[in-house]
Design a protein around this ligand. Structure first.
Ligand code: P53
Length: 479
């Protein structure tokens, strides 16, 4: 029990390979599923194309060219005082199609250089194995993760990088926001979580469950292999927590919220408890879904449970069954609707801003699994205005982050939740995942590039930079 944030607390920042690196087709890198997503916009969905089509704009191809700028960026991270830095490994840099016998040495060398530079600067790398990307060939040849043949490909990739970086990386996560695909509603998440395009609506949910199960098996198998390579590894899952509140104290609303949250807990329940929850077995039976899991696979799930819960937190949601309240219908949670929470403001992209929700997640998820928590994403996507003196006065971002850190502190100090660290999303501006925009910015470091791809890529410090520097310096005392 502690009455302050511990001295080893990992203050950090987070990005993902495909949203930052660029260099999409050099030094042997294969085409990834992130390389065929066009730019969308605020409210305009990104398209997924069949291969790379001339004339389309793919913002991830260059992104912020972190691949060639990481040295200067890490200098800035050092100045910021980061203790850790979360990024991911682009699977298709290591195994361009996913099926090769031998890894691509040039890709492995890039991450050697990146991790070495971080470590030389006193920054601990925190690494996601698969952050919304995998070789495009996995889609072409296997139709994505609902195909069991993909499981050993992931385990081979994981084992290869565990072995290579065993003395450089301690904190790992397997699949980024594995629960974002839950119920298969959003085609972009079905694509980025599982490399699937599902045309048959009646098969959608069943296929997404099968893909999820296969990923959970692949994750557990990777945990087992990882522990053989280095027993000190800390291997976590990575969940998107968007807690769904009941709109009212009507018991039907309460029950609808339990059912909606189950959808997201499903993945974490298996990651952390090593077995398929009964509510899922019931649901599959009711829907007559044939989910293929062998006895051997059940044993893998049981053995390969995670060491900690990595998660993103941006917002909460609210659900209601009340007829008089307007909202967006959910498919089958007791005819419930996702509704507006009257106590909460939303961002320019309609994302509810709810800092207390972070404390709620830390408490409820910790109570459910009794595992350390790691906040590996949190942040505020906003339109920033570059001023004449080459900075951004992003007081709105400081306000968002400081309110969330305040709630995290309460969870640690008052509620006793063990929290490993806090890595705000997009510590440096990167391509938005959801919209493909450059101008939905999260960073404390501005990158000169716009939605059309114009700009010098110059890095500039925003006001939030010196604010976060102070936060880290005072170990969260001064917000
Ligand atoms: P963008 C939705 C809800 C919670 C987290 O998202 C989400 C999403 C994605 O739409 O994704 C995570 O860039 C994800 C990152 C992503 C970040 O949130 O759409 O792990 O890759 O960039 C922010 O604003």
């Amino acid at each position: 029990m502690t009455n302050k944030i511990g001295d080893n607390f990992l203050w950090g920042g987070a990005i993902a390979a495909h949203q930052a690196e660029g260099a999409w087709n050099i030094e042997g890198k294969g085409l990834s599923i992130a390389d065929v997503m066009t730019a969308g916009g605020n409210g305009i969905p990104r398209k997924i194309t069949q291969g790379v089509i001339e004339g389309e704009y793919y913002p991830n191809h260059e992104a912020i060219d972190f691949y060639h700028h990481y040295k200067e960026d890490i200098e800035l991270f050092k100045e910021l005082g980061l203790k850790c830095f979360r990024t991911s490994i682009a699977w298709s840099r290591i195994f361009p199609k996913g099926v090769e016998e031998e890894p691509n040495e040039a890709g492995l060398l890039y991450y050697d250089r990146l991790f070495d530079t971080l470590i030389e600067h006193g920054i601990e790398p925190v690494i996601t194995l698969s952050h919304f990307e995998m070789p495009y060939y996995i889609y072409e040849k296997f139709g994505g993760f609902s195909n069991k043949e993909v499981i050993p490909l992931f385990v081979k990739f994981a084992t290869c990088v565990f072995e290579r970086y065993k003395d450089k990386v301690t904190y790992w996560m397997t699949f980024n926001e594995i629960n974002n695909q839950a119920d298969g509603q959003d085609p972009l998440h079905v694509w980025t979580n599982s490399a699937m395009i599902i045309e048959d609506e009646t098969k959608k949910e069943e296929l997404v469950f099968q893909a999820g199960i296969n990923e959970l098996i692949a994750s557990a198998a990777a945990v087992i292999e990882g522990k053989k390579i280095n027993p000190d590894f800390q291997i976590g899952c990575m969940m998107a927590y968007v807690p769904v509140y009941p709109y009212s104290c009507n018991p039907e609303d309460m029950m609808a919220s339990v059912k909606a949250n189950e959808r997201r807990f499903f993945y974490n329940d298996i990651h952390a408890r090593g077995k398929v929850p009964t509510y899922a077995l019931k649901y599959w039976a009711e829907k007559n879904y044939q989910i293929d899991i062998s006895k051997e696979e059940l044993a893998i799930l049981k053995e390969g449970t995670v060491d900690y819960i990595g998660f993103s937190y941006y917002m909460s949601g609210t659900i209601s069954t009340l007829e008089e309240i307007e909202g967006q219908a959910t498919e089958d949670i007791q005819q419930a609707k996702i509704v507006k929470n009257p106590y909460i403001e939303v961002s320019d992209w309609g994302w509810p801003i709810d800092e207390v929700g972070l404390r709620y997640v830390l408490n409820t998820v910790y109570q459910r699994y009794d595992l350390p928590m790691f906040i590996v994403e949190n942040g505020f996507g906003a339109y920033d205005q570059l001023t004449e003196d080459n900075t951004v006065h992003d007081d709105y971002r400081v306000e968002y982050l400081s309110k969330h850190i305040e709630q995290m502190k309460k969870a640690i100090v008052e509620d006793g939740v063990p929290v490993i660290g806090y890595t705000p999303w997009g510590v440096i501006d990167i391509v938005s995942f959801g919209s493909g925009e450059m101008e939905k910015r999260y960073g404390m470091i501005y990158v000169d590039k716009d939605n059309e791809g114009n700009g010098t890529l110059q890095r500039l410090k925003k006001d939030s930079f010196s604010w976060y520097q102070k936060v880290i310096e005072t170990n969260g005392e001064k917000l």
